[in-house]
Design a protein around this ligand. Sequence first.
Ligand SMILES: NC(=O)c1ccc[n+]([C@@H]2O[C@H](COP(=O)([O-])OP(=O)(O)OC[C@H]3O[C@@H](n4cnc5c(N)ncnc54)[C@H](O)[C@@H]3O)[C@@H](O)[C@H]2O)c1
Ligand SMILES: O=C(O)[C@H]1O[C@H](OP(=O)(O)OP(=O)(O)OC[C@H]2O[C@@H](n3ccc(=O)[nH]c3=O)[C@H](O)[C@@H]2O)[C@H](O)[C@@H](O)[C@@H]1O
Length: 393
Amino acid sequence: MSSSVASSSLKTASSLHLAPGFEPDRKADQEIERLCISMEQWEERALKSCLPAQGSDKFILITGAAGFIGTHVALALKRRGDGVVGLDNFNDYYDPSLKAARRALLEKEGVFVIDGDLNDARLLETLFGIIPFTHVMHLAAQAGVRYALENPHSYVHSNISGLITLLQVCVKANPQPALIWASSSSVYGLNTKVPFSESDRTDSPASLYAATKKAGEEFMHTYNHIYGLSITGLRFFTVYGPWGRPDMAYFSFTRDILSNKQITVFKGPDNTDLARDFTYIDDVVQGCVASLDTAQPSTGSGGKKRGPAQLRTFNLGNTTPVTVSCLVSTLENLLGKEANKKYIQMPQNGDVPFTHADVSLAKAELGYSPTTDLHSGLKRFVSWYLNYYKKET
Ligand SMILES: NC(=O)c1ccc[n+]([C@@H]2O[C@H](COP(=O)([O-])OP(=O)(O)OC[C@H]3O[C@@H](n4cnc5c(N)ncnc54)[C@H](O)[C@@H]3O)[C@@H](O)[C@H]2O)c1
Ligand SMILES: O=C(O)[C@H]1O[C@H](OP(=O)(O)OP(=O)(O)OC[C@H]2O[C@@H](n3ccc(=O)[nH]c3=O)[C@H](O)[C@@H]2O)[C@H](O)[C@@H](O)[C@@H]1O
């Protein structure tokens, strides 16, 4: 890349009010080496991706941008003109080719997704050194309730250590961004009072995953208190939709029904049906964007708190729990195929019998209003699934 283009990109950077405190790391970084491009070219791509269109003043870092929810949120924000750059470690918790396909979708719309890990403080600081992020939409995590039984350290790596590394970079940044992050309905654990409200106690996590999300909520209180970081936590409720996650039941059931493989339906105590407040992705994206638009700026900078800062938590659910049996019968109807079902007692695997969101707080403060029922949402998912995998079926 010619020096004039490099300097123009840095000029662009200076027009972005280069964030002092972080001298971009001139040493080639793993990601930059991987891309076989120079530091300046990497900066150029990040800056170009994060330059907002006319009328927007938002520079947003989306972690987990190649993930299911991250991809949808990144597209929504980029399409409305915000500056967006993504970060994702493209791990193989599920099919990395799906993450690569999502990345291609994003790059077509001008979103650069950097291949990097939350724990790489140097990479994060380099990024914060060239872009004065106004917001961080933190969606990267080890998701999934049951996988914690197989690989507990993956949850520590991403949901604890990775989160602290990101928080440390955010509080040292000048200006500090406002942070919106994904917590989870699983923090309600074994609570019996329904619907779940943000003011309920959350002291009975049923899985390590839930405990790491609960820990995250505690960290947020601390970083808000000490550093003045503006923080909004979003408790998503079993989110589904196109470009979804193959590890989740709606997706794996669809795959197995189509390939005539048996599905295992968990039953609760006394053979009761399990239920989830399934929430369609477009409704969740609406809640994420509204959270970002109502987030107040952080009051700290460069690690120093200047005053009290906003700290919020919202349920983003559908307020209409549906049984897993109903999920299965809806999929059978949409796929025109009967499932080969095996019923077993819900294993002690971190699952909870039901979830049910009270969204009155999100409605009042964010204007959040879910509109998609399970049948309509699954219809759109199945249509996407059949199209995306048509080459394989
Ligand atoms: N989908 C749901 O039903 C649901 C419900 C509640 C909460 N959440 C939370 O919402 C967020 C997004 O979930 P999703 O369903 O899109 O999951 P996802 O697994 O599709 O997305 C998470 C992304 O983060 C990336 N990632 C994980 N660890 C990382 C690390 N250390 N460094 C960089 N990238 C990393 C993964 O590669 C993945 O692409 C997660 O925090 C999840 O816990 C999801
Ligand atoms: O709401 C949330 O916070 C959580 O929602 C989902 O977790 P879960 O509700 O367990 O979603 P699925 O794994 O898709 O399970 C949906 C329902 O199907 C049941 N199930 C799952 C898998 C299976 O083989 N059989 C089965 O009956 C589960 O017990 C559950 O009741 C996501 O996977 C988590 O990342 C997220 O944090």
